[in-house]
Design a protein. Sequence first.
Lengths: 224, 261
Amino acid sequence: MAGLIEFKNVCLSMEDGRPIFDDACISLKAGERILLTAPVASGKSDFVRLIAGLRRPEGGALNILGVDLAVCGAEELTAVRVRMGFVFQENILISNLRVIENVALPLLYHLGQSYEAHMEAAERLLLRAGFRGDPWAMPGPLPLYVKKEVAVARALALSPQIVVCENLTEAMTGSEKESLCALLVDYHEAEPDRLLVFTADDAGDAALLRPSRRMEIRDFRFAE
Amino acid sequence: MQIFYRIGKNAIERIRVLYGVFRLSAVSVGSFASLLGKTNMANRIVFLRQIYFTGFEAIPIISWLATILGIVIVTQTLNILPLVGSDAIIGEILVWVLVREAGPVFASVIVIARSGTAIAAELGSMRISRETIALEVMGINLTGYLIAPRILGTAVSTFVLTFYFEGISVLGGYLLAGLGKSITFSAYITSILGAMGLLEVGVSLLKSVLFGLIIGSVCAYHGLKAEKSITQIPQKTTAAVMGSLSLIFSLNAIITFVFYF
């Protein structure tokens, strides 16, 4: 069975020429829950950027959902991105949209049904993510953890097949970690073809994430 | 030799900016039809919000400034009427000054001050805080969602505000400065309608739409050029204002020359 995410001899380097990935290979399949650990500045963010199509590999092939991101066009890339959900370390929320609008945005943009239906769906997603504040508040002043709840709700809005969380549990308390990890694990287990990828500095939260595979970035390559 | 290098570099940079602005305008105009359809609700919401902010919320300040300008122009015109000896010329003067020139330019200057600066600062801030990346990974087209609705919203608003400005300045000017003077209201209106032909309306429309497109495009272009530091936002906003003003005054002169020379 082909992986949903496949790195085949992927090479990537920094602006100054130092390598990030060198002939890196990995195959992440449907149903798997991956915990990818590596120390700070050793390629985790670049791994996420590659999967998101924000960077193209300098060598090798990078297949996501059957599409080679190294050579695909804009439309193919968009089609792939719609089937993925990302939770970035910085919880980037759209500052000029309200909390509920942040979550509804992918629905409004990609599905185009009634506005009310999408807003109700967004509200349900927020509640499921544990958000208990005012959904019509602006996101700027929200605490870090609440922003993370909103970011997770937004990432799950289109029911993506692949969910990638970058350093999800960073700067969170024990109960906060537990609640968000449980939500994501439940989401992953609801359908057998979903792939959930966590990146972290260390494997400290492995018990919460219960990964089916643990991987590391070592010497510019992936290691089990 | 150094001076030629600098002049050449400056010219190339300006051409590059003009090309970028033109490209943004062209792409936005091309996507206008899709904003009116039901296919993409998110883009349409941005478009309507831009019209609300740039057009609707500008009405009080536009009304105020248009009335003041109308008072000044009507007062001066009424002062020179005895020298000319004909009431009919008041319409000609007001149409020349307010409809042909001041309306489109003043409305655009207000749009630059209120909305152009906001567009440049907002897009610059979104770029620096990586919100544009968050949009991209959601499969959202930045031009279609972030840029085109703002540019088109600004163009539609500038068009409406220009005609509103012209109407208020002509009417408000008479009511506050001309009422009870040597010319009656009906003679005043007849004189203005007599001086205003299709050409005046058409050129005013052309100017307002083009100016709106330019303001939106220049401000979006400069805003999105902010990439590295938050200190770039005021720099890019200033560049957007200066660029918009330069282009609008230049284009105004060109259009006036082409149609009225």
